[in-house]
Design a protein around this ligand. Sequence first.
Ligand code: FAD
Ligand code: FES
Length: 256
Amino acid sequence: MKQEMMTIVRQQQLAPRIHEMVLTGELVKQMKRPGQFIHIRVPRADLLLRRPISINQIDQDQATCTIIYRIEGDGTKVFAELEAGDQLDVMGPLGNGFDLSDLGQGDKAFIVGGGIGVPPLYELSKQLKNKGVEVIHFLGFASKEHVYYDEEFLALGDTRFSTDDGSFGIQGNVGNLLLAAEEKPTVVFACGNNGLLKTVEQLYGEVENVQLSLESRMACGMGACYACVCHVADDPSKSVKVCDDGPVFQAGEVII
Ligand code: FAD
Ligand code: FES
């Protein structure tokens, strides 16, 4: 993990409140594992805490990484006002991302995401495909206008969509999409709200390798402040840190 002033290469809006930002810097060389995140200082003096944002894409040839964020409050609003050439103070890559070791040809991966949980799944899917793993994406959004990266995921493999209002893909949530799937996965990856993660945990209890990316409020982002703890399922008196031990955990490992 290192800290650096990274430079914004470009930034564009993908959907209402959803922005894609491409950054360049030496830190990219350390970015390898999908599911890790960067911790970004907001360039506004009164906003002291960094904001954790997942790495969406890594391009070692161009020395760039991409993030996709949704405007929620002051911090992400400031990010959206920045332009190409502006710099951001970035720490990272942080956390334990998805574990792709032991996976290869013959594996079938279900990749499950909802809303702003979708971004880290893109780099994950690219890396799985490079390893010869068959990927099937299950992506849920609020409505058609909120859908982003549909073409990018379709270019990687089978992609199924749900929207709350049925305006794109089937009507309902990602759970409905998963229930309709006839295939059986050998491995499942998920990122999204706790409801989505719990659904995946319940549906795939039989699958040995189910990796869930959790979200939690963070301060330091590197294991020092205990702001982000969650409890261990086997022994709730014990806790783990989402920033440092996670954000990716095996299903059943922690209480969601
Ligand atoms: P405010 O609500 O004003 O933030 C106030 C404080 O609460 C800040 O310290 C902020 O960091 C914290 N906070 C608010 N919402 C969240 C949240 N959902 N999770 C954690 N902290 C929060 N969002 C994206 O849009 N794209 C991503 O790829 C992404 N990846 C994430 C990866 C991880 C590991 C985590 C923990 C969170 C991720 N988030 C992502 C959520 C993102 O960090 C928050 O939306 C963002 O910090 C909100 O900041 P704000 O100043 O705009 O909002
Ligand atoms: Fe400080 Fe996780 S945010 S320990």
